[in-house]
Design a protein around this ligand. Sequence first.
Ligand code: FE2
Length: 436
Amino acid sequence: MTYELIVRSVRLSPTQDRPGPLMDVAIDGGVITAIRPAGELAAGGATELSGEGRLCSIPFVDPHVHLDAVLTVGDPHHNESGTLIEGIQTWAERKKTLTLEDVKRRAREAIFWEVAQGTGLIRSHVDVCDPTLVALRALLELRDELADVVELRLIAFPQDGVLCFPDGEALMREAMRLGCDLIGGIPHYEWTREDGIAEVQFLFDLARETGAGIDLHCDETDDEQSRFLEHVAARTMRDGMQGRVVAGHTTAMGSYNDAYSFKLLQILRRAGVTIVANPLDNIVLQGRFDTYPKRRGMTRVKELDRIGVNVVCGHDSIMDPWYPLGRGSMLDALSMLVHVAQMTGRPELFSAFSMITGNAARASDAPADLREGGPANLVVLDCEDEAEAIRLRPSCRWVVRRGRVVAETPSLAPVVRRGSGETVPVTFTRSPGGAD
Ligand code: FE2
């Protein structure tokens, strides 16, 4: 028996108590054809990769990023205050100069950063508050152009509102007609609470018309009066859209009182709404009107996860007017999440990993695990388990898509050179201890 590719000696299912057995994964025709204990598969891969005990997982999913704005930081000027409002103003200026090639060049570069670091599926919002829809046209072209290395899904995002933006409803309809995969929204940004509720109703009406799912920005504010998420959950249940609605940011939940949060968590679970936390942006953008105590401004990640709501983690921004940092690493985003949400308990570190893998894949109707007969999409990380992945944020030794290696990074081998001439290899993993 010969295979196109065999990935040998990888750990597929480590737990917090044990590293898990070493397994070999055989791939043919873009499909995983066999998963066997290491050594059982005879040599016979056209290509063989030696995992040497590394963690192997489905590729990361970035469920929430804004590819039309990536890599624009400093153009036309930097966000001097670092605030959300100056970010929106800066983007409004930059948006006037967008061209097809400009958007494609920046988005392509950021996608390569994400792919090289293990991301296989990206859900990108694209600002459709632009009569020319140039950013959308650019990303639609890129979705096809880069299908060999990544699956890109596009969300029609009304950055400046639907009701409070001229022709907002028509632009949303046109974006869906041109080929957007999902319907976005921003109800908390409308001029009035009533307009925000009307926007939510419009989004669900559009979902009925088009058959598309919904992935909206919702309650991204520290205002505890911003409560559009309950309308989203209610309409999700009334329209039978359980499992097809995603709400991003929902940072107001960090400011709701506990009694209201208790009720909201129950209906979110019943509605099967997925919540996206975007900790990189929100830890720097929220709490800006506070002196001290200063709120963290993140949705209730740990409580949502505990009650059984599907919670995922997005990168959101990569060097744009809202967040000048970022390198497209989902492990960077997840590291920030476990810090801000205080999910550093040992079982919490392991469950958090699914927020950029299994949970995020489920929210996109993509395979949530590696199995025989499933698509040969996987990453091999330079670490042994999920907790180490979050601690080390290691490089991806290999990224495989449809059975083809689409990215690879050589293992790092730093050393310290002592004055004595001794060279000490540094691995960032604890050496086996013992009493001195
Ligand atoms: Fe966002």
